[in-house]
Design a binder for this molecule. Structure first.
Ligand SMILES: Cc1cc2nc3c(=O)[nH]c(=O)nc-3n(C[C@H](O)[C@H](O)[C@H](O)COP(=O)(O)OP(=O)(O)OC[C@H]3O[C@@H](n4cnc5c(N)ncnc54)[C@H](O)[C@@H]3O)c2cc1C
Length: 416
């Protein structure tokens, strides 16, 4: 792993333009602001709205949020993640890693929360004057000295570094790398939450039938226990969404083990359910070019399988600022070196996660019928799933946690 903290001398205050105020943009703006730079966060909408349903954030992301001054106290709930079949048969448990827990000073591994709650906590520590609403990015021009960003309203801003955090259909990425090559992954996700009594304690499920995933995880909603749940189903691009979401999901959950059907029955579908079709793009070898770099979905949209887009976007922003610590952003050679260090830190790791998540999506939702029988026998009766999850996902994430260049203040130990 890189050693970005090798840069120790303070850097001169320079101008950083961040396009897009999703989790990646908020994290980037916050990290560069804390590093002392003159940051502007440009958002096309008229306000930054914390929206979205269920997310799981893992220890590295929580450690990073805390390092940036975000209050993570009672932000989410932790539980053991269990993989089961739709009848409730246990396939495997994702273990907690005691070393990673001790390193973070945070118990558990996955924390369930609402995307909106995490965004609100980030907004709490971002000075409002950094955020520039109603600024739709159009294009940029770059010289050796600076990058000038142009907006739809005719205004422009000159920066030393431009960060594209404008999501899956990133216009900044399109200008930098050309056609995004987005492709539909053949699945869609329903994300919902509710209050529900008599839940199994301290446990979250990721459970599968032949073609559908239905899962739940405890969360805190405004400090009180609640449950997030989600359904992943095969879905073709252009397919018409159902007119009655509740009936559609209850049909999927018919015969599913408790508590999944109860959760669907207890949900306010008008307010607390979101639909999200999954697209990916071909992996990039580098995310940085000249004075421009990227975070989040703009360069690595992911399927929700074990590679949580929100968490990775937050990590990207923090790592970008970390890799540029002590670097004079106005100086092209130093900037290029810092950005190369960021690319080394993030690109391969993130591409691997995105590819693994895509593979899991195909495996669980698009496997041809006769093979699903064989697949489920293997998952139900062998240690294959546990081995794949531990080796393909958990090991890398734990290594990342253990080597995060963050000091855990003793006062904050076990603080969530
Ligand atoms: C609405 C929404 C809900 C989601 N809900 C969940 C969820 O519940 N659970 C889960 O696991 N994952 C969810 N995801 C996915 C996950 O949160 C994403 O992977 C994550 O949001 C990626 O963060 P990002 O900052 O890279 O991009 P985004 O969150 O997409 O943010 C991009 C931002 O850029 C702005 N923008 C775009 N184009 C321009 C432009 N030209 N000029 C200026 N601004 C621009 C957008 O308005 C947006 O604010 C959701 C994503 C979205 C977009």
């Amino acid at each position: 792993m890189n050693n970005p903290s090798a840069h120790t001398s303070p850097a001169p205050r320079r101008r950083v333009a961040v396009i897009g105020a999703g989790p990646g943009g908020l994290s980037t703006a916050l990290a560069f602001h804390r590093a002392g730079h003159d940051v502007r966060l440009f958002e096309r909408q008229d306000a930054v709205r914390p929206i979205g349903g269920a997310v799981l954030l893992s220890l590295p992301v929580l450690s990073i949020l805390r390092d940036m001054g975000v209050d993570i106290h009672r932000l989410g709930a932790y539980a053991v993640t269990e993989f089961r079949n739709h009848r409730g048969r246990l396939r495997t448990r994702l273990p907690f890693n005691k070393k990673a827990e001790a390193r973070a000073g945070i118990p558990g591994w996955h924390y369930g929360m609402l995307r909106s709650a995490a965004l609100e906590r980030m907004l709490d520590v971002i000075p409002p004057e950094l955020i520039q609403p109603n600024k739709r990015f159009l294009r940029y021009e770059e010289s050796a000295q600076a990058v000038t960003v142009h907006f739809e309203d005719g205004s422009q801003w000159e920066a030393d570094l431009l960060v594209g955090a404008d999501g899956i259909r990133s216009q900044v990425a399109q200008q930098t790398f050309g056609d995004l090559g987005l492709f539909h992954c053949g699945i869609q996700v329903w994300l919902a939450w509710c209050h529900c009594e008599n839940m199994p304690p301290d446990v979250g499920w990721i459970s599968h039938s032949r073609t559908v995933q239905a899962s739940f995880f405890p969360i805190l909603h405004e400090g009180k226990p609640a449950v997030e749940w989600w359904v992943v189903e095969p879905w073709n691009e252009g397919q018409t969404p159902p007119s009655d979401t509740k009936a559609h999901l209850l049909k999927h959950l018919d015969g599913w083990a408790d508590p999944l059907p109860r959760l669907a029955a207890a949900t306010d579908f008008e307010r607390n359910c979101f639909r999200w079709e999954i697209y990916n793009r071909p992996a990039l070898k580098s995310w940085s070019r000249g004075r421009v770099s990227f975070v989040g979905d703009a360069v690595h949209p992911v399927s929700p399988y074990a590679a949580y887009g929100m968490g990775m976007a937050i990590e990207d922003g923090w790592w970008l600022a970390k890799c540029l610590e002590g670097v004079d952003l106005a100086e092209p050679a130093a900037l290029a070196k810092g950005l190369a260090s960021y690319d080394r830190q993030r690109v391969a790791f993130t591409n691997k996660n995105a590819a693994m998540a895509r593979y899991m999506g195909y495996l669980f939702h698009r496997t041809p019928w006769p093979l699903t029988v064989l697949r489920d026998v293997v998952f139900d009766h062998t240690g294959f799933l546990e081995k794949a999850l531990t080796e393909q996902y958990l090991k890398d994430a734990e290594l990342q946690m253990e080597s995060l260049p963050i000091q855990t203040p003793s006062l904050l130990r076990a603080s969530i």
